[in-house]
Design a protein around this ligand. Sequence first.
Ligand SMILES: [Zn+2]
Length: 212
Amino acid sequence: MDLPNTIRVVQSAVGVESDGKPGPETWEAIRSQICPGTESELVSAEDLASPPSSLQTTDRVDDRSEKVIATLLPEVQPYARALVSRAAQHGITIKVISGLRTYDEQNDLFSQGRTKPGRVVTKARAGFSNHNFGIAFDIGVFEGNKYLDDSPKYKAVGVLGMDLGLEWGGNWKTIVDEPHFQLRPKWAAEMPERDMLAELRTRNDSGKAAYV
Ligand SMILES: [Zn+2]
């Protein structure tokens, strides 16, 4: 049987027009029969503030991660836990090692390598990092108890995070930041990063929630 004929047979078996040209309809029909219960659509911006039901787990992860996860906004916490669990399912040990940074902590970090000793570790002053609003966290890859600051596993975890609906710092153009993940609020779906940060600062100053 040649390929177009094979495709026609598959198309008729999955119940779409058997024209021998597999388009989105054919693929969707194949997907729903081969992988029932899965979603083919990418997570839309509207879904971001309410995590998929698979994320609504209360399962705690390791103590070190939990301490950091507790500093994140409640909307972000299930994503952080899910990322730790998913990585473990793929044989990768990660821990959440950095979460919320207060404005004071951010300014302190900013002064490092500038007015204080050490190397420069951030370009962001207080209010200019997503970490200042509890919507971002950094992970570390571990082998046993050993922290790895450079490993190809960061990229693998990045893919898992994007799959959950998180933004991954490994995709950034200016400063690639593979350990970094953040949950973009739906109102910021189409916004450049700096506009999102400006709105987050305004909300923070006026006591308005980040994810409303
Ligand atoms: Zn970060």
